[in-house]
Design a protein around this ligand. Structure first.
Ligand code: LLP
Length: 430
């Protein structure tokens, strides 16, 4: 499936009005290419459908999916919030000129330095993971006499994975405190109530990633709302913020069947409105934290085909000039992708190939069972939907320099992250 401005002209794949082969000629290979207009249309899709007259509906981009100065600027220009999970992410967001009051800071093991950094940067909401972290933050805030707004991350006992979900599963997750753990929650609430500086604005949860269908999210709103009600009654407080995390599934291959986001988001809003009303909750702000669904389909990876090999055991390999160092997802999660020879888009797909990288690992496969036309050295191989968690999970394994990232828009391209050189590989060596 082609997304956004991806199109076929004269046998070739174009993106943003530019021939993919020309992008490789100009910027080198392998290459991450992002269709900027597609990212912006996804942002608008979220903004147009995740809105309510009853409460403020906020969208926080989960920056772990793709983080660089340009994406931060896009999120800033479109008034989104941003979610971060480490000092490094905070640093990049801050250095890119983002309004830090619109940043959420997550993490199950934040260091004192990171918490300090979040306070100094003026981060809008710190998401507390556990009672020890709360105590550390209370100490810091008291010393600095600074008011800090927080959400508490809880585990609602809903586990969602791709096409299914289970209620009251995974009580062993490392994130947050279980909503069933009354003792732990009670200690935390008591500490909150004793603090002059750290306030509890509400609760956060995230049930999984690449989740399909509305049911797990609807269930999350139900369970979290009931939990808020219970806490309000027990501690005589009013909770004003709820954050139900990200996880909206996207299309990678034909096995993925995401419901149109516009429908899903509208359903979530209307379900939240009726549930809050029914339970008489005064939730003023509802957050979601999409990462993948904002950037995945906008990105493609371009590789140059090297050798083509048929093994004695009858397996057909197409070798490309990157691999698990620029996209670990197939090796790590058995993630599936669709691909094409970008210079042979209308050729008959005659055989099934294994698209393998050049790294010294048998598991260095990018696409299994790819139906392709006859590949030849110098062809351009495009892998679709690599926009989320591709570059951001890349590594220097086998001393592979990271590819460049290029944004394309309306016939124009610009490099937003330079290709690493061999010199970068020794940058920190003494
Ligand atoms: N909020 C929190 C607290 C999260 O932990 C995550 C993702 C998100 C939001 C965004 O979820 P998304 O909308 O992107 O599904 N590396 C894996 C995905 C890990 C996701 C971790 N948390 C992958 O490549 O599939």
């Amino acid at each position: 499936m082609l997304f956004g401005t991806q199109e076929i002209k004269d046998d070739a794949l174009f993106i943003g009005g530019i021939k993919t082969r020309d992008l490789v000629t100009q910027y080198g290979s392998p290459l991450y290419v992002y269709d900027e207009t597609h990212i912006i249309s996804q942002i608008n899709l979220f903004k147009d459908n995740f809105k309510s007259k009853v409460f403020t509906a906020n969208i926080a981009y989960a920056s772990k999916a793709l983080l660089n100065k340009t994406i931060v600027k896009i999120m800033n220009d479109h008034n989104l919030y941003m979610d971060s999970v480490s000092g490094g992410e905070l640093y990049v967001i801050y250095q890119s000129g983002f309004d830090m009051s619109k940043v959420l800071f997550h993490g199950n093991n934040k260091s004192i330095e990171e918490l300090q950094m979040a306070i100094d940067y003026g981060v809008g909401l710190i998401i507390i993971d556990n009672k020890d972290e709360l105590n550390v933050l209370i100490d810091l805030a008291t010393k600095k006499k600074t008011k800090i707004k927080t959400l508490l991350r809880v585990n609602p006992g809903i586990e969602a994975h791709t096409h299914e979900y289970i209620v009251t599963a995974k009580l062993t997750s490392k994130f947050g405190e279980s909503i069933f753990d009354d003792t732990q929650i009670d200690t935390i609430m008591t500490n909150y109530q004793a603090s002059l500086y750290v306030t509890l604005e509400g609760f956060h949860c995230h049930i999984g990633s690449q989740v399909f269908g509305e049911t797990p999210f609807i269930k999350t709103i139900d369970v979290m709302s009931q939990f808020v009600k219970k806490i309000e009654k027990r501690y005589h407080i009013t909770i004003n913020t709820l954050n139900i995390g990200g996880g909206f599934g996207v299309y990678y291959t034909e096995v993925d069947t995401p419901e149109p986001l516009s429908e899903l988001l509208k359903k979530l809003i209307s379900h939240a409105e009726t549930t809050f009303k029914k339970l008489q909750l005064d939730i003023k702000t509802l957050f979601i934290e999409p990462g993948r669904s904002l950037v995945a389909n906008a990105g493609i990876s371009l590789y140059t085909v090297g050798f083509v090999k048929e093994t004695y055991g009858n397996k057909n390999y197409v070798f490309v000039d990157g691999g698990m160092s620029d996209n670990i997802r197939p090796a790590l999660y058995q993630a599936k992708y669709a691909c094409d020879l970008a210079n042979k888009m209308t050729h008959l797909k005659t055989k099934t190939y294994t698209v393998a990288g050049k790294l010294c690992e048998s598991g260095d496969v990018l696409v299994h069972n790819a139906k392709l036309p006859k590949p030849e050295t110098g062809d351009i191989l495009a892998i679709y939907t690599t926009g989320a968690y591709g570059y951001s999970m890349s590594s220097h394994y086998n001393k592979m320099p990271r590819p460049a990232i290029v944004f394309v828009n309306n016939g124009k391209s610009r490099c937003v992250v330079e290709r690493e050189t061999y010199a970068h590989l020794m940058w920190l060596d003494r």
